[in-house]
Design a protein around this ligand. Structure first.
Ligand SMILES: *Cc1c(COP(=O)(O)O)cnc(C)c1O
Length: 404
């Protein structure tokens, strides 16, 4: 069978282990962010994003993984300022909805740089995206595949396989992806129905702290490529998703070069017979470290003499810190009293909802001298904060974003 849609496969040598180590060393609040926070009056919690850091992070990824196409996952931070920087640098974009597609198109980005990677789409939206020129879609079930066949005939497609999310602080496991066995059947079906089969996609879980996670996934995914090739369908691309970590949460993570090296090694080992073109979809890894949230201590209280110290901020679960759900993402929080003696505290948000607690299972150590009215800095807050904040639950304004 002819492989008519198989583009030139990149030479093994073009995906090489980088020799120069790219620094992802902590930048903390950059001087530009500091200057902004100093000069602009405090008017409630605010996220300040240093676009230079986004630029540096993107370049670091390009250098670490040459030959790999980058689709920025828009949901991590969909601000037009962020999208514009990445568009100018040549990034492609992974989107999940028509408004996200429109936001990217509005910057003048061509639709062939956009993927509609959500596996849960209304058929009418598939049809609209297709009409807008988007050609790349993902599915992980036969019902979704049928929608694409009907409403985006001839489109390029990925089938997403399930990953267990081991090693990730924010797993994306059960809800997404099918087994590799199902993927083989669905991809053959997609080909039979006239779709342009690109390959398999997967996501190893967000804030993935194990650089080897991709190796594990690629080992199983390679079997799908081999099986399909044996059945006459050679798939040209592999989509390795997001999961690349923020460097500045509380737990240390390996540098991006370790991820790049591990992925490069895995690709060469598991695809020693044919190397597909590689795609990644980083979200958090590109924008998290670029942002700092400034917030204020509203109340410090001990309800009983021997009880725990509660520290309430003017930002919580609904104001942008949704990823503290189950204490999954653990932010570094700086206070003006850092250096003083520390004692544990339960950290909570300001709303009248008892789930609006940030850290309790593992209390947060904060200076004993911390006072009502002190401003705190929540670091590495550029991803999944502003885009997660409620429109105004309980009358608290959505998180304001500023860009420097
Ligand atoms: C959210 C998402 C990403 C980005 O994940 P990060 O962990 O932020 O890098 C990438 N791909 C898909 C399909 C996603 O849904």
């Amino acid at each position: 069978m002819p492989h008519e849609f198989c583009p030139s496969i990149p030479d093994l040598e073009t995906i090489s282990i980088p020799t120069a180590r790219i620094s992802t060393s902590p930048l903390r609040a950059t001087s530009r962010v500091e200057a902004f926070l100093r000069d602009a009056d405090y008017d409630g919690p605010r996220l300040v994003v240093d676009l230079d850091v986004v630029r540096q992070r993107y370049s670091a990824y390009v250098h670490a993984m040459p030959g790999t196409r980058i689709y920025y996952a828009v949901k991590a931070n969909p601000a037009p300022e962020v999208l514009q920087i990445l568009a100018d640098l040549g990034s492609c974009f992974d989107t999940a909805s028509i408004p996200e597609i429109e936001a990217v198109l509005a910057l003048g980005v061509a639709p062939d740089r956009i993927s509609f990677g959500n596996t849960i789409k209304k058929e009418v939206d598939i049809s609209r995206a297709h009409a807008m020129g988007v050609r790349l879609f993902a599915f992980d079930s036969d019902a979704e595949l049928e929608k694409i066949v009907r409403s985006a005939p001839g489109a390029q497609v990925f089938c997403r396989v399930r990953c267990d999310g081991t090693g990730a602080d924010w797993p994306l496991s059960r809800k997404f992806g099918c087994s590799t066995r199902t993927a083989v059947e669905l991809l053959l079906e997609a080909h039979r129905k006239g779709l342009d089969v690109q390959g398999v996609s997967f996501h190893v879980g967000s804030q993935q702290r194990r650089a080897e996670a991709w190796d594990v996934a690629l080992a199983t995914v390679a079997d799908v490529y081999r099986t399909l090739c044996e059945r006459g369908l050679k798939m040209p691309v592999i989509n390795m998703g997001g999961g690349f970590p923020a460097a500045q949460y509380r737990e240390e993570v390996p540098p991006i070069d370790d991820y790049a090296a591990s992925i490069d090694h895995a690709l060469r080992r598991h695809f020693d017979w044919t190397l597909p073109e590689a795609i990644i979809e980083p979200g958090r890894g590109l924008v998290a470290d670029a942002g700092v949230i400034e917030a204020e201590v509203v109340l410090i209280a001990r309800k009983d003499q021997s009880g725990p110290r509660w520290v309430y901020l003017d930002i919580g679960r609904f104001g942008g810190l949704a990823e503290t759900e189950d204490e999954a993402i653990r932010y570094v929080i700086r206070t003006p009293k850092d250096g003083d003696d520390l004692a544990p505290a339960i950290l909570a948000g300001p709303t009248c909802d008892s789930i609006d607690v940030l850290y309790e299972k593992e209390p947060y150590w904060l200076p004993v001298s911390l006072e009502i009215g002190d401003r705190v800095r929540i670091e590495a807050a550029g991803a999944y904060t502003a885009s997660y904040s409620s429109v105004g639950f309980n009358g608290f304004a959505p998180l304001q974003s500023y860009f420097v």
